[in-house]
Design a protein around this ligand. Structure first.
Ligand code: FES
Length: 111
């Protein structure tokens, strides 16, 4: 799968999340509390609020609007039976982050 350069690691020294548009899709890059980076759709499954405006505790991001929570590693929604957010592949190379152009399939894992 092809990766494209998306951001600098240093872009996340002051914040934990940023939103990007990739091929007309809203994608968030999230930095968990342990410093690991994850990428997934940034629209909340409830009412599509931007999850990058929420807050992170551990490896869970919480939506700022009504509090729905998502696991950053899996995209799983921790509220009710909402479907998981689609994840994107993300690589750290030197001082940059590289992301896949499209979401990962169910079988693909983060590298
Ligand atoms: S829009 Fe995210 S919890 Fe309501």
């Amino acid at each position: 799968m092809e990766y494209i350069k998306i951001a600098k690691i240093s872009d996340f020294s002051e914040c934990r999340m940023k939103s990007f548009r990739i091929l007309a899709r809203h994608v968030g890059i999230f930095k968990a509390e342990d410093g690991s980076f994850y990428a997934m759709e940034s629209g909340c499954q409830h009412q599509q609020a931007d999850l990058t405006l929420g807050h992170i505790k551990g490896d869970v991001v919480t939506c700022y609007r009504h509090g729905w929570r998502y696991n950053l590693r899996t995209g799983e929604c921790l509220e009710g039976d909402a479907k998981p957010l689609r994840r994107y592949g993300l690589r750290v190379e030197g001082e940059f982050l590289y992301i896949t152009r499209g979401p990962l399939s169910e079988e693909q894992e983060y590298e």
